[in-house]
Ligand binder design. Sequence first.
Ligand code: R5P
Length: 296
Amino acid sequence: VNAVAFAVAGGERPLASLCEELGAEPGRVEIRAFPDGETYVRIATPVADRPVLIVCGLDRPDAKLLPLYFLATAARQQGARSVGLVAPYLAYMRQDRQFQPGEAVTSDAFGQLLSTFLDWLVTVDPHLHRHASLAEVYRIPTRVLHAAPAIAQWIRRNVAKPLLIGPDGESRQWVEAIASEAGAPWVVLEKTRHGDRDVELSLPPLDVWLDRTPVLIDDIVSTARTMGETVRQLRRLGFSAPICVGVHAIFAAGAEAELRDAGAQQIVTCDSVEHASNAIPLGRILAGGVRSLLAG
Ligand code: R5P
């Protein structure tokens, strides 16, 4: 494809596997802070008339946004044919409406902003809840990829008698898909969020599944309150220690330890956000998405 791929803050690992899968050239770029805290960017690989990919997971996005913008702008100034973003995790998808008067709807604002300086976007399981698709927030072509096949494969290989559990209605989309690929039973719970770190869960009767290993599945693990509370309730009902599977390992400070304290047997995540729990690689899935987007 003659493409050049650059990494911004944390994109280095997915960059290597993407370049290998796609046959793209890993681009050299210098990104550093001046003593006054402003950002310096210099592209050292020719990009003229070539598709440029920027690989940047958008967890902790605020500090990454300006380097990303400067790099995209520099590539365009130097004649890149197109500039696209591979963001294995896409930030700012959860504030998708005003819950309180005066709030910024950051999913829309962030989407509009990225759409002004990028030509396309590829991501994995963005948090689509009240938005039905990324087209509602992004004005550029997007490809949404799914971790479900990779998670199902991990479960098939590692858990003998799983019961897949989604903590809330939103999780149904991926829990159902994973369960059908893994050939396992599944249930979805009801969740009410009272605050950033305050969630309440209600469980349906689960006695018939007590002989199975609960595998909790969620898209984002942030404070881990959702998973932690689910783990506690399952333990109270007499289940064996659950396995917690997250797509995006955001893990706010202290969250992983809290989840272990709650009684999780194992915490496993995809590698969209670098974390010690990463065990499910998404490189192939990402490369397939980029290839189809560049081709079409
Ligand atoms: C929200 O609806 C998501 O699907 C996750 O359940 C949520 O982001 C998890 O957040 P936390 O780990 O802070 O409970």
